[in-house]
Unconditional design. Structure first.
Length: 253
């Protein structure tokens, strides 16, 4: 696979991030009377949850000036509401090219990737997918990994940790199913790939484990106790899966 065009944005420091906040403001389009009216219409339609009509307003705004970061972000967010994940991802990618280190854009990008991987059919059905579908989704997992790496560069807080935990769980779960499919294929190359991926999953699990410990230590900062309980439950399931894989000899003890 070719290197991801967004990888270079994953290793910026906080000073660079703040520069990009300034850049974002500079890129904002000077609003003509026509643009102001369209913006007002968009905001009114959004307030009444008329998503399709609001989307039409944004399309008109972007037709006047495509290099409009806030309009691209708003369009991507609306497309997420409409569950049009591929189109939303394109909007966030386009904004990232202009403003590389906006946390909310990276977060939404990652959530689109999560939906593209797991949203179309539930976890009970994921095992029925053919190997070809997993191969097609590998690019999305790469995107997810870059999104996580980028989010880590921003000022650390519990909200960021919760996002990263969710992304890592999705990556880990998807990879385990993919590995299972590779092992079923009776192809020597796939067998080697599965073994290498399993070793990599030990690092991912270790990261999940450390993050779960950190979240539990900061329990009082998490607004929703139900959310923390649900995450602990998910973590225990993942841990049990790892123990089973160790018993099977898939992962070294």
């Amino acid at each position: 696979m070719e290197s991801n065009p967004f990888e270079k944005f994953a290793d910026v420091d906080l000073n660079e991030f703040r520069k990009n906040q300034i850049q974002n403001k500079k890129l904002e389009v000077e609003k003509t009377p026509e643009l102001k009216k369209l913006q007002r219409d968009f905001e009114a339609l959004e307030e009444y949850e008329a998503w399709e009509k609001a989307l039409e307003c944004l399309e008109k705004i972007l037709k006047i000036k495509r290099s409009n970061p806030s309009a691209l972000f708003n369009k991507g967010t609306l497309l997420m509401r409409l569950k049009r994940w591929e189109e939303a991802l394109e909007c966030f990618d386009e904004k990232i090219v202009m403003v590389q280190n906006d946390l909310q854009t990276w977060k939404n990008k990652g959530l689109c990737v999560v939906e593209l991987i797991l949203g179309r059919d539930n976890l009970e059905k994921i095992s029925e997918r053919p190997l070809e579908k997993f191969n097609g989704e590998f690019e999305y997992i790469e995107e997810l990994r870059y999104a996580v790496r980028s989010i880590k560069k921003f000022e650390p807080n519990i909200h960021t940790d919760l996002i990263i935990f969710t992304f890592l769980i999705v990556e880990f779960t998807w990879n385990l199913w993919y590995i299972t499919k590779l092992r079923e294929s009776s192809d020597k190359k796939n067998e080697i790939k599965a073994r290498d991926m399993l070793e990599e999953q030990k690092k991912v699990f270790s990261e999940i484990e450390n993050l779960m410990e950190k979240l539990n230590m900061n329990e009082e900062k998490i607004k929703s106790k139900e959310e923390l309980e649900r995450m602990n439950e998910t973590f225990q399931k993942i841990k049990k899966t790892v123990d089973i894989l160790k018993e099977w000899g898939w992962i070294g003890k």
